[in-house]
Design a protein around this ligand. Structure first.
Ligand SMILES: *Cc1c(COP(=O)(O)O)cnc(C)c1O
Length: 428
């Protein structure tokens, strides 16, 4: 859906910023000096509220010591569940279906250990060939733990264009021998949103359980996990949720699965009332809390308390609306100004299929990213030829989008990227 008639003047970008209903949130963030930060889908920026929430957690520790578990403003014993309840609206789940715990990868291990029960001929897992490696490594090791050969039992859906999938390509793999499906909600390179509703429906028709990795969609795209009946999901909180490097991740389990033992148990899997009875027989929590393992990482969970407040105030619907406008504006400027330079838009362009970032491909992408950084724009290089640009609704502006395209044009026109090696850094 087109909402603007393109005007390539900088004054138009400023006009769009004036109209922006979320513009006040930018002041809540620490924006690095002289920087256009378009990498919030790798590591979101720090906000004053996140900082304050960590200070508060430190203060509780200082003041209450052991009593901080049950006293103070945010008693630690209940914080993971409270943060889960605050996150639930972002994914369209019930409060008790969500808990903040672990990391993306450890949560995938936990959920696969819990939901992958190979039986009779149903012994395979579907994933996709474009997913982030950590997810694939986790699934392969879970197969091995069940004595199954990943070469035979992990089915990775192939992409015909190397960047995206059609829903049908995925459905075609849902054969009788599939027990479980794990896919991203939004693909980390191309930013494609998968049709989670249809995929869930089709999986369930065939008696297959399905879960989604929401790392790139949470905080950027609305979801309806409960309504769609998705079995489980997991995500990190340091990308669009801005909770800081290594912040505690999250998971969702549909309530129809409540009451089961988690695949990987620990004393925090326990019902809160029973936990300190110290019995050797686990009584699992009656909700998603059962999928926790050990003591929560309080200081890495704290920033999320501050950060989630802003999502509540802004609403995920408004965030999505602005995000779509920013990425559309970026794509239209790229089409108008940059297509002479071998630069191609490789993300889906439709609103229904486009996540929170734009994915450009160019044979010299690694060097172009270095040139952008030298000029104060922080993009994200994805090997071998991809440039991700994520204008984030809570803190980026239309003017920053305009300026980035202007800088990119100079870099391409003057071939300024040739000063740099076409090779990625250790972290890219
Ligand atoms: C960012 C990301 C991860 C990272 O996993 P961690 O356990 O947080 O290091 C995993 N999967 C996907 C799809 C990601 O985008």
């Amino acid at each position: 859906m087109r909402w603007i008639v393109l005007n390539t003047e900088k004054s138009y970008a400023r006009y769009l910023d004036q109209q922006d209903v979320l513009k006040k949130f930018r002041n809540e963030f620490y924006i690095p000096n002289n920087t256009i930060y378009f990498d919030g889908n790798s590591l979101g920026l720090m906000s004053r509220r996140a900082e304050q929430a960590v200070d508060n957690a430190m203060q509780s520790w200082k003041e209450y010591a052991i009593n901080g578990w049950t006293e103070g403003e945010e008693p630690w014993y209940y914080l993971s569940e409270k943060l889960g309840a605050l996150t639930a609206p972002l994914i369209g789940a019930k409060a008790e279906e969500v808990v903040i715990t672990g990391s993306t990868t450890t949560n995938l291990h936990q959920l696969t250990a819990s939901f992958f029960n190979p039986k009779n001929n149903k012994t395979k897992i579907i994933a996709d060939e474009l997913n982030f490696p950590s997810d694939i490594y986790a699934l392969k090791s879970q197969l091995k733990l069940k004595g199954l050969n990943p070469d035979k039992h992990l089915v990775q859906v192939k992409s015909s264009d190397g960047n995206t999938f059609t829903t049908q390509e995925i459905i075609d793999q849902m054969s009788d021998d599939i027990a479980l499906i794990v896919l991203p909600g939004v693909l980390y390179r191309s930013g494609q949103i998968l049709d989670m509703k249809t995929l869930t429906n089709e999986a369930h028709k065939r008696g297959i359980l399905i879960g989604f990795d929401l790392c790139h969609s949470i905080g950027s795209v609305p979801h309806h996990m409960s309504d769609w009946g998705v079995d489980f999901a997991f995500w990190c909180t340091y990308k669009h949720l801005n909770a800081g490097p290594g912040s505690v991740a999250g998971l969702y389990v549909n309530k129809r699965h409540f009451g089961n033992e988690p695949g990987l148990a620990g004393w925090f899997s326990s019902s809160k009332e029973k936990q300190f009875d110290m019995e050797h027989t686990l009584t699992p929590a009656a909700d998603a809390g059962a999928y926790q393992i050990g003591t929560p990482h309080l200081l890495s969970a704290a920033p999320l308390l501050g950060s989630l407040e802003m999502f509540q105030e802004a609403s995920i619907e408004q965030i999505r609306k602005k995000s779509l406008q920013l990425t559309q504006y970026l794509m239209e400027l790229v089409e108008a100004e940059l297509t002479d330079y071998d630069l191609k838009i490789a993300n889906p362009t439709e609103d229904t299929e486009r996540g929170g970032h734009v994915f450009l491909v160019h044979p010299e992408a690694a060097r172009i990213c270095k040139a952008l950084k030298a000029d104060g724009v922080v993009p994200d290089f994805r090997t071998p030829n991809g440039i991700r640009l994520a204008p984030v609704a809570l803190y980026n502006t239309f003017e920053e989008v305009w300026t980035t395209v202007d800088i990119l044009k100079t870099i391409l026109k003057e071939e300024r990227y040739k000063k740099y090696e076409n090779k990625r850094g250790v972290i890219a």
